[in-house]
Design a protein around this ligand. Sequence first.
Ligand code: C5P
Length: 154
Amino acid sequence: GVTGKETDPSTTSSPDTDNRVKLLLVVACALIDSDNRVLVAQRPEGKALAGLWEFPGGKLEAGERPEPALIRELSEELGITVKEACLAPLTFASYAYPDFHLLMPLYICRRWEGTAISREGQALKWVRAGKLSQLAMPPADEPLIPHLIDLLGA
Ligand code: C5P
């Protein structure tokens, strides 16, 4: 550097260039039914953000592409089968939680096989986009609501 001192990136920190912040990659889906309602799932007791309503999805495994990760999560959590061609990206959530930065693409899906049921103890409900803001949601998910209202109406 300018001072001639060694610059070790692991000990150099500036708010703009700190690349040590943990990036958590999560993928989520707005399932939309024939009545234009969206499925939300309530995070169970014992998990982080328990009781909050979220769009179903979950963490990417190492090296996993977003669409297969979402297809896997929707099968595990809801027992439905989704084809990759039926997933369309809508927007991203990006939110700095205290311990990590969450980056979460939100897909929409109108076609799947099977009926969504709770396979992990989470409560489920179908709601109009315009009613989503009345639910307690994780702060990362809330900014997604206007995008769904634009798409589906209130
Ligand atoms: O669902 P899981 O606990 O694996 O998600 C990891 C973290 O991602 C949660 O603790 C939460 O902070 C965040 N998350 C979120 N909105 C979602 C899903 C996850 O903010 N829809």
